[in-house]
Design a protein around this ligand. Structure first.
Ligand code: WQD
Length: 345
């Protein structure tokens, strides 16, 4: 009997890549998404890649009645991988209440449903943003979490704490939080990838849209940081490597191999890369010369962060396999694919 996994935010960037890996690993997948920041067609593309088009339920997880209706009619769910959340850092500063309401009420409704319908496991999509600017680098899971630099980051920090406290109070629920560093790239099929609505906030979609000609130039937000080339440093990992970690984490819970009822893992390459190095990687990987200009710093940016992924390497037996150039190449193939096919997406 196939294990059944609910993937919330399943038509989104990381959710869709994780759904592909789950299906290819023999799981039955049900996607839940309100399509606020993604398209239903992504479910068909998951089917084109994996051979099985997952069931897609379209509703808002903030609607407790809809959440309970879903779980009362869809029995035998083994675990939830919870991606669904608003995630634009800049937007969250302007709309804090929307971010707190959406990202936290949806989580509370899911946890209530897990208790009500006996769903034992959750894998939670968290973020390195919970560390703020770490004192020590590379950053390990026991580094202090800091007052997040944005309401978005704070919803991840609070989300982790809500889950931890729920697990501590209820022995029937076990969870793993995965703290992502910077996911980039797209599935090698170029059928799914990052699809930012409007002007992208994140670096790599801005690079690929500039390379395609949608943007005149890339603005590099500051080169006066205390880093070798003056630009900010991040830990960029391929989204397919990241997706595979979710399959391993849900398997760990289902097979009761977790060492405690609540675990946290950093998911990164362990290597810091500056913005200027990322640009060079894109140019090397694609042969395209990128037009960019150094501008002033972006408020809220931290200077440098990269992961110490040794706990995930050891405990999950997971490590990143793709290079930065691979990730940049797949990001570019995806950009070309969506622009060429004047897709409906
Ligand atoms: C990366 C670097 C920018 C755009 C955020 C969230 C994190 C995760 C990923 C969701 C920074 C520079 C960017 C541009 C630039 N989100 N940059 N010009 O801010 O590290 O992380 O997004 O899970 O939780 O905090 O990612 O891609 O926005 O920026 O110079 O046009 O690229 O200054 O140094 P960030 P990013």
């Amino acid at each position: 009997m196939k294990k059944k996994i609910v993937v919330t935010g399943g038509t989104g960037y990381i959710g869709s890549h994780t759904a592909v890996e789950l299906i290819e690993d023999g799981y039955e997948v049900i996607l839940i998404d309100n399509l606020y920041n993604s398209e239903a067609e992504v479910a068909d593309r998951i089917g084109m890649i994996s051979g099985i088009t997952p069931q897609l339920e379209v509703f808002d997880l903030c609607d407790q009645e809809r959440v309970n209706n879903f779980f009362s009619t869809n029995k035998g769910i083994d675990a939830i991988i919870h991606f669904a959340a608003y995630k634009a850092v800049g937007e969250s500063v302007n709309k804090p209440l929307e971010y707190y309401r959406n990202n936290l009420v949806s989580l509370l409704n899911l946890l209530d449903a897990m208790k009500l319908y006996g769903i034992p496991y959750m894998v939670f999509s968290s973020s390195c943003t919970v560390y703020g600017q770490p004192e020590k680098l590379p950053v390990t899971e026991d580094a202090p979490t800091r007052p997040a630099v944005s309401p978005y980051g704070n919803t991840k920090k609070i989300g982790e704490e809500i889950i931890r406290d729920t697990v501590l109070s209820d022995n029937n629920i076990k969870a793993i939080s995965l703290r992502y560093f910077n996911p980039i790239g797209a599935h090698p099929s170029a059928l799914i990838g990052e699809l930012p609505q409007g002007v992208p906030e994140n670096l790599v979609p801005f690079i690929t849209q500039t390379a395609w000609g949608l943007m005149d130039e890339l603005k590099v937000f500051g080169n006066d940081y205390d880093t070798p080339d003056g630009s900010c440093i991040r830990d960029y990992l391929h989204v397919v490597d990241l997706a595979k970690a979710h399959v391993i984490a849900v398997q760990r819970l289902i097979e009761n191999r977790n060492k405690s009822n609540y675990e946290v893992f950093n998911l990164g390459t362990g290597k810091g890369v500056s913005v200027l190095e990322a640009i060079k990687s894109f140019e090397r990987a694609t042969g395209i010369k990128l037009k960019y200009r150094i501008t002033r710093r972006r408020p809220g940016d931290i200077e440098k962060i990269w992961a110490d992924p040794s706990l995930a390497n050891r405990e999950l037996g997971w490590k990143t396999l793709s290079s930065l150039d691979d990730a940049m190449r797949t990001a570019w193939e995806w950009e070309k694919n969506i622009r060429k096919k004047n897709r409906t997406l």
